[in-house]
Design a protein around this ligand. Structure first.
Ligand code: ATP
Ligand code: MG
Length: 555
């Protein structure tokens, strides 16, 4: 990982270590709610939390904030564990669940009731909402606010015992209905919900609200620095209020900006909608901004971490260009991906003076700047080349193949176009060339130069593959920008997936799902999870051309 750059979160930790606040201990956590798959925004949070723990010799826990059984599932828990591991988050055996703390939270609620800081309220959720007031008007006290401690304890015990229907009562903190901070207006701590939980089953029919569970979970795990996104800034005073009233370990919350990316979205609710309406294949569809989708598309963990690290942290939310993410992915793949040759819009090239039936195995480098890591590629009389590398009437500045022109075949020979085959409609069906046997390896003996090098595969040896060309999932920078009465799905890009058949050099028949390549001159590709020797499938990860860094240089 690159050198840590200075930021306000690090500065706080440095200052705490300096003052000896936690005796130098640094404990962070990544606390997802298991109500969907992780996305690239979570990758930022993971990089920050695990990164800081690693930097300061501390630890980062993985904690599931599983307080809402209605929306949470085991499938999400499992995918989250896999994704955090894949990104390199080292949580060891420290996987925790807020649901493990339900008993402790219940006891603490009783303590707050006994201390006069909480009460059972019989208002319906709608009534609670209406009596909450607004930013400019104070709320109204609940008529149940002054119940006796005995009555509160009795009712709360019976809530837990399942005596009351869903929504009929809540436990609320007794704070201040006129507070300027709406979170202080007697927030609900527990609601009644007769629902099965993916871990606790039917043990509970009251569930803690996120705001009641979160800070206490941090406290139980003795989190020194509780790092979260900006929307929780107004909740921090409430979290502090709870730990002070309980007299328990007080974590320090620090907020940073959420990642937003152009041409996509991070709302789990909307991502779920895409999955449920079959607008994408699944949560790990390579067009999804999910970590699993990005993995399947071929993004590397290091590339994602580099991106997240470069984002830094700030105190204002903004939107990051999708191209910036692609820049970091490309940069990492450029260093790490094997090179190979593949043709995705094939045109037949026939070398008239090459002996029929002959095969030569040529040396090709697997990585740039490495002359020793080689593979063999077969060269024969009939090759596939890229359609776009030929023009019958070349436009100005076109230096690739056209009648009479000579080019270099990558790792091979010079070839010169001598004639064309056409069908009845006049379309070129094959091009005929002659080759210069003395140019083996890519240079002519007489010092003759060519202006282009093109890629190719031997037609007789090529293996077929389904090539999935992915593009942005949405056509608009802000997918939520839609006319009245429509939703974000109106901005889905109908061309976000185009499948074509390509021809690959034979060594690629052995690829395993997840293998990443640069198909020279085309793009980076990754063997899909469904890819087999019988049916190879490659996903286009990211194109070679970099628009982002170039634009940045200009400005
Ligand atoms: P929901 O949309 O369901 O409210 P969420 O997006 O807040 O969920 P969580 O599972 O609660 O997701 O998030 C886990 C952690 O990841 C939290 O600390 C949260 O602040 C952080 N996080 C979530 N989205 C982003 C984002 N876009 N950028 C940075 N961090 C994020
Ligand atoms: Mg959340």
């Amino acid at each position: 990982m690159s050198e840590p750059t200075s930021n306000f979160i690090r500065d706080i930790i440095l200052a705490d270590n300096e003052s000896g606040k936690h005796a130098g201990r640094v404990q962070t956590r990544f606390p997802p709610e298991p109500n969907g798959y992780l996305h690239v925004g979570h990758a930022k949070s993971i990089t920050i939390n695990f990164g800081l723990a690693a930097e300061f010799g501390g630890m980062c826990n993985l904690r599931f904030d599983d307080t809402n059984p209605a929306k949470e599932e085991l499938e999400y828990v499992e995918s989250i564990i896999e994704d955090v591991k894949w990104l390199g988050g080292d949580f060891g055996d420290r996987i925790y669940y807020a649901s493990d703390y339900f008993g402790q939270l219940y006891d603490w609620s009783c303590q707050l009731i006994r201390d006069g800081h909480a009460y059972v309220c019989d208002l319906t959720p709608e009534q609670v909402r209406l009596s909450r007031g607004t930013l400019t008007e104070p709320g109204q006290n609940s008529p149940y606010r002054d119940r006796s401690i005995e009555e509160n304890l009795d009712l709360f015990t019976r809530m837990k015992a399942g005596e009351f229907p869903d929504g009929s009562r809540t436990l609320r903190a007794k704070i201040d209905m006129a507070s300027a901070n709406l979170n202080f207006r007697d927030p609900v701590m527990y609601r009644i919900l007769h629902a099965e939980h993916h871990r606790t089953g039917n043990e509970w029919c009251i569930y803690p609200m996120y705001d009641w569970a979160h800070g206490q979970s941090d406290s139980i795990e003795r989190i020194t620095h509780s790092i979260c996104t900006l929307e929780f800034e107004d909740h921090r005073p409430l979290y502090d209020w709870y730990v002070q009233r309980l007299g328990i370990f007080a974590p320090r919350q620090i907020e940073f900006d959420r990642l937003n990316l152009t041409y996509t979205m991070m709302s789990k609710r909307k991502l779920l909608q895409l999955v449920q309406q079959n607008l994408v294949e699944s949560w790990d569809d390579p067009r999804m901004p999910t970590i699993s989708g990005m993995r399947r598309r071929g993004y590397s963990p290091q590339g994602l971490r580099n991106f997240a690290q470069n984002l830094g942290v700030s105190k204002t939310n903004g939107t990051t260009e999708f191209e910036k993410l692609e820049f970091f992915i490309r940069e990492d793949l450029n260093k790490t991906a094997r090179r190979a040759m593949a043709v995705i819009k094939p045109l037949k090239l026939i070398i008239d003076n090459y002996p029929e039936g002959q095969t030569e195995w040529l040396d090709a480098c697997n990585y740039p700047d490495n002359e020793t890591d080689l593979r063999k590629v077969p060269f024969t009389r009939e090759l596939w080349i890229e359609c776009d590398d030929f023009e019958e009437t070349p436009p100005k500045g076109f230096f690739r193949l056209y009648p009479g022109n000579e080019v270099r075949l990558r790792w091979g020979f010079f070839v010169k176009c001598v004639s064309l085959d056409k069908d009845a409609d006049g379309n070129v069906t094959a091009i005929h060339c002659t080759y210069d046997p003395a140019s083996r390896g890519g240079n002519s003996l007489d010092g003759r130069k060519v202006k282009s090098t093109i890629h190719w595969v031997s037609a007789a040896h090529a293996v077929a593959a389904e090539i999935r060309l992915y593009d942005k999932l949405f056509t608009k920078e802000d997918p939520n920008d839609v006319p009245e009465g429509q939703d974000f799905t109106a901005n889905l890009n109908p061309k976000s997936l185009v499948k074509v058949q390509g021809w690959l050099e034979p060594a690629l028949a052995e690829t395993q799902p997840g293998d990443r390549y640069q198909f020279e001159r085309l793009a980076y590709f990754c063997a899909d999870k469904s890819s087999t020797k019988e049916k190879l499938v490659f996903n286009r990860t990211v194109e070679l051309r970099d628009t982002w860094a170039k634009e940045k240089k200009k400005s």
